[in-house]
Design a protein around this ligand. Structure first.
Ligand code: ATR
Length: 286
């Protein structure tokens, strides 16, 4: 269905800096058009020092909602009226819904990450999961997995800076369960993977242009292990290629990217979008 802009068109968008390479406008506009919804989605480059004005602008222009990306996911929290409890626990927001001037923040990075697993029939509840990385992406992933009832071990390169230790402590407190933090070394990987049914890469290792790098030596991968890489560019990272070759099951970061968009779309429109079309559009952009 062809979409034309009218006086009733609802406006959504994404704010970030840089933003030029975002795939979200293509993904969302393709879904709006396919469903014949009178919505449009636009990318806005917003500098950190202008974030508060941008958020005021959402209210002033009566925009329907926003996606939020780097570097605004944490700073935007205090500018909103309401927070979804999980977004509040994570301390980061990637989706804003505007209901007549009342802005609510959600974290669909986290819920989208989980949904992509569940869609594949992978249930994290009660599973031992090794998570690589302790940055922003790892926070969202670790919190939702703990919330779902998984047992976590977080491995990070720089343990001396206590990122992983701090993250593990906060998750332990929030969900009253034990979370281990280890330095990302070969020995610790061996130890963690002996127990783990699922491995999640939440570092940026392997991201284009470094697509021949991997955070896990290929000899540590095995059949039956589920390997989920949150890196989506390339769609199949070296980690996923190695995992596949070792007989492991793989989930690409593209699935997380698409599902965070799907869940934002549902919040703005109240409708279920065409997931496969959105995925095709994302892959086309890569
Ligand atoms: P994001 O928002 O994508 O999570 P981030 O907050 O900068 O970005 O976190 C990046 C993560 O990737 C961190 O856990 C980082 O480890 P450090 O805390 O030691 O920096 C991890 N990372 C990045 N490059 C890495 C590399 N070459 N080897 C191992 N870990 C790496």
């Amino acid at each position: 269905m062809k979409h034309s802009i009218s006086g009733k068109t609802r406006v959504c968008g994404i704010i970030g800096d840089p933003i030029e390479h975002t795939m979200s406008p293509a993904i969302h506009n393709a879904a709006f058009a396919k469903m014949g919804l009178d919505y449009v989605y636009i990318a806005f480059r917003v500098k950190p020092e202008e974030l508060d004005k941008a958020i005021k602008g959402v209210r002033a222009l009566n925009m329907r909602g926003l996606s939020v990306t780097i570097p605004h996911k944490v700073a935007v929290l205090k500018l909103l009226d309401k927070l979804d409890p999980l977004a509040e626990k994570i301390g980061a927001v990637n989706t804003i819904v505007n209901d007549d001037g009342v802005l609510t923040g959600y974290n669909t990075d986290a819920t989208g990450f989980l949904q992509a697993m569940l869609e594949r029939g992978v249930e994290p509840k009660g599973k031992n999961i090794a998570i690589l990385g302790a940055g922003g992406a790892s926070r969202a992933v670790s919190f939702i997995l703990a919330d779902r009832g998984a047992n976590l071990v977080i491995l990070n390169r720089r343990l001396e800076l206590d990122w992983a230790v701090e993250l593990a402590r906060r998750i332990s407190q929030a969900f009253n369960r034990k979370v281990e933090a280890l330095e990302l070394t070969r020995d610790n990987l061996i130890k963690a993977l002996e127990k783990a049914e699922i491995l999640v890469n939440a570092t940026s290792v392997g991201m284009s242009p470094n697509s021949n790098e991997t955070p896990v030596p290929s000899d540590l991968l095995r059949p039956g292990l589920i390997v989920y890489d949150i890196v989506y560019n390339p769609v199949k990272t070296k980690l996923l290629r190695d995992a596949e070759a070792a007989g492991a099951e793989i989930i690409s970061g593209v699935d997380m990217l698409v599902w965070q968009g799907v869940m934002a779309f549902e919040k703005w429109t109240g409708k279920k979008p065409p997931v496969e079309l959105m995925k095709k559009e994302a892959i086309k952009q890569l």
